[in-house]
Ligand binder design. Structure first.
Ligand code: ATP
Ligand code: MG
Length: 303
């Protein structure tokens, strides 16, 4: 009985979403608007990417933006663990044309939607032109229902992660004060700079002991990057080490919901304000929004 009610609710939710994206119901500007795609990444693992993705999404949503999180950490379930839910379908079902993008969207808290990347999108490069076109048309619906798409990646410099990094409009790079985390972050910046000198890289220092430590790292990283790679980093700020984060992870809840008054929640709200401050620079060829993103992603995967 409960299963049936749940199913019915999902069908209704899906219908509502479909209605929301059908052209005739859209205010004239929304249909034309494209989502900003931000990939959250790091050189070293375990630095707080997933926590930042979720809590940033909540802060942006509270500012009135429509946010979708794509969990592109294909090895491990990540976002769903922190949301305390298990998605039935994943992006792989969309790639194989078994579900449409609206059917794989899960409802998170505060009106956030999230999509599980599933076991991997390597399948994407196996699609022929026709199948890829279908996928792109389908996923392009995200432009109509979101203002920001946050992509949570696994750590490291693997080809897969780098494709998501290079395809995004902006990169949000997370590091901790640990020397290995900083050097790995720099290695990632170096790889990005070799591919694209104009890429927007925004940096957050997480788990800092104090403000001075965080600012010192942001300054040094910016200086070295500018001097040796001729690339300008954008400092987004920092989040201090905060027990509230650890407690919330254990509760499988986003810290900004369980502990909205915590330091970490305050810092995340600050970062979210800075994140949307910078004016959007569209790629010169107008290849923007989710369609442009997928095109670039497949390009990078193929090279
Ligand atoms: N500001 C913080 N204060 C205290 N602990 C933190 C903070 N940020 C992250 N942590 C701790 O670090 C752990 C790892 O965080 P998270 O899972 O978000 O990292 P990640 O970069 O997504 O990891 P992975 O590379 O494995 O995907 C959390 O479970 C939490 O215990
Ligand atoms: Mg993670």
């Amino acid at each position: 009985m409960r299963d049936q009610a749940e199913k019915l609710r999902q069908i209704i939710d899906n219908l509502k979403l479909r209605q929301a994206v059908s052209q005739e119901n859209l205010p004239s500007d929304i249909g034309k608007k494209q989502a900003k795609i931000i990939t959250i990444t790091s050189g070293k693992g375990g630095v707080g990417k997933t926590n930042i993705a979720i809590n940033l999404a909540i802060a942006l949503s509270e500012m009135g933006l429509r946010v979708v999180i794509l969990d592109a950490d294909f090895g491990l379930a990540n976002i769903d663990v922190l949301f305390g839910m298990i998605p039935k379908f994943t992006l792989v079902d969309v790639i194989h044309n078994e579900k449409n993008i609206l059917e794989v969207l899960c409802e998170g808290p505060k009106n956030i939607k999230f999509i599980s990347g599933g076991s991997g999108v390597e399948d994407l490069i196996k699609l022929d032109k026709n199948q890829l076109q279908k996928f792109v048309t389908n996923i392009a619906l995200l432009d109509k229902i979101s203002d920001v798409v946050l992509i949570d990646t696994g750590a490291g410099l693997s080809d897969n992660v780098m494709s998501f990094v290079m395809a995004a409009d902006e990169i949000l790079l997370v590091t901790t004060p640990e020397p290995t985390s900083i050097t790995d972050a720099y290695a990632l910046i170096k790889m990005v700079s070799h591919r694209d000198k104009e890429k927007i890289i925004k940096v957050v220092v997480n788990r800092a002991e104090n403000e001075n430590e965080a600012i010192d790292i942001l300054n040094k990283l910016s200086l070295v990057t500018e001097k040796f790679l001729s690339l300008r980093l954008h400092s987004l700020g920092y989040i201090l080490q905060d027990e509230a984060v650890i407690k919330a992870v254990k509760l499988q809840q986003p810290f900004s919901l369980s502990f909205p008054k915590s330091h970490a929640s305050k810092f995340v709200r600050e970062i979210s304000r800075k994140l949307i401050e910078t004016k959007r620079t569209l790629p010169a060829n107008g290849n923007s929004g989710i369609k442009g993103f997928i095109n670039r992603l497949v390009n990078f995967m193929n090279t």
